[in-house]
Ligand binder design. Structure first.
Ligand SMILES: [Zn+2]
Length: 392
């Protein structure tokens, strides 16, 4: 039996085992800010790898979940010169949900649809990566060393994980990021970049009845800034600026002494980032209400995933490999950001959303199509086995 049939035949028998691991992961609470929780999800990965005889390197992180790097040997028999470069299977363990969510909404399966916090985004992708790695550990045949990278802070822009991701991607031959497949089964070949920032406005408190003239309204300033910031949106260029959170003020009868807003900038073209950020800075620094003072701080950032010719070759090969697993794959552009932008930005041919198919991420309606677990795992295994054909 060829390696391909050995690995894919084994994966075909693993749906129940995958669901067991997925259930344990979904029911383990792990929001991005909950380091013990995200590390507990990591222990499920570690235990699984230990049982498969696959070594795990823990890269400790200070505030957020540790990064885990697992390695499966491969490629020894090749002489292409590429055999030592690692093939990276990437995923994040953190979710966007508040503490206690798995108790309120535990893992369930009904009519072939699995639900629970993070079930698609992206615990199913982690489980898929784990089983693909285990398949190659059992049967060999990978055209190079495989590295599974499990990070812990993607949902907040990977403030700590980014370094590990970039270092791993610099050594990578290609990167598969197992974010959930699109509801139509498509994968993602392009993503917007994003900058998340926060601005604080200082005004001056005064009684709005007895001493109105002495006050300087930070909320008045906030309103002017929000209007100016939103006007930076240019849909034709794929640029959006959204103030998604605001707060401020002291009481209804006080001229507001402070206000705060949070900005989400998304863009397509790498060059647009600095141009729009300069405009955002100018709006924040300007005082529309005389006497106010404001400052801007960047809280998190994702780089865009742009499709290079090498990434296009990777996609074409993946699509053909997935076709043999019975999947019709299209490549899509997504406004959502992910760690795949970081790997693409350092030059690694990257394909994203190759995980099992699901949707409605970040909401209580998040779902996973259970029947997609095995074919997506098989598609990834086939794609790995055909890497040499791409010349990548
Ligand atoms: Zn995700």
């Amino acid at each position: 039996m060829s390696t391909e049939s050995a690995v894919t035949a084994w994966l075909a028998t693993q749906q129940e085992a995958m669901l067991k691991v997925l259930e344990a992961m979904v029911n383990t609470d792990g929001g991005s800010y909950d380091k013990p929780g995200v590390d507990a999800v990591g222990r499920i990965v570690q235990d699984f790898m230990a049982a498969e005889g696959i070594p795990v390197e823990v890269i400790p992180q200070e505030k957020y979940g540790d990064c885990l790097k697992v390695r499966v040997a491969g490629g020894e028999a090749l002489s292409s010169g590429n055999e030592k470069r690692q093939i990276v299977l990437m995923g994040h363990r953190d979710t966007v949900f508040p503490k206690g969510e798995p108790e309120r909404r535990p893992f369930r399966i009904e009519n072939g649809i699995a639900t629970g916090p993070g079930v698609a985004d992206m615990k199913a992708g982690l489980v898929m990566n784990m089983f693909v790695l285990a398949g190659f550990q059992r049967f060999g045949g990978a055209p190079g060393p495989l590295v599974g990278l499990f990070t812990g802070d993607e949902e907040i822009g990977s403030p700590e994980g980014r370094q590990v991701i970039e270092a791993t991607a610099r050594e990578a031959r290609v990167v598969f990021n197992s974010e959930p497949g699109r509801p139509n089964g498509g994968v993602v070949t392009g993503r917007k970049g994003g900058v998340f920032s926060i601005f604080d406005i200082e005004g001056k408190a005064a009684h709005s009845g007895g001493n109105f003239e002495a006050g300087i309204s930070a909320i008045g300033e906030l309103a002017a800034k929000v209007t100016a910031l939103h006007a930076l949106t240019d849909l034709a260029r794929g640029i959006t600026v959204n103030v998604g959170l605001v707060s401020g003020g002291q009481s209804v009868n006080t001229v507001a002494p402070w206000a705060q807003g949070q900005i989400d900038l998304r863009y397509k073209e790498p060059a647009d980032r600095d141009e729009v950020m300069a405009k955002i800075h100018a709006i924040v620094e300007r005082a529309y209400v005389p006497g106010t003072r404001s400052r801007l701080a960047i809280r998190g950032e994702f780089l865009p995933l742009t499709q290079t010719p090498a990434a296009a070759r990777l996609f074409d090969m993946y699509r053909d490999a997935a076709g043999e697993s019975g999947l019709a794959i299209t490549g899509e552009f997504s406004g959502g950001c992910a760690d795949s932008g970081f790997t693409a930005a350092v030059g690694a041919p990257t394909i994203c959303a190759v995980g099992p198919v699901g949707g409605k991420a970040h909401s209580p309606e998040e779902y996973l199509e259970v029947a997609s677990l095995v074919p997506r795992a098989q598609a990834m295994a086939r794609a790995i086995l055909r890497l040499d054909q791409t010349g990548l």
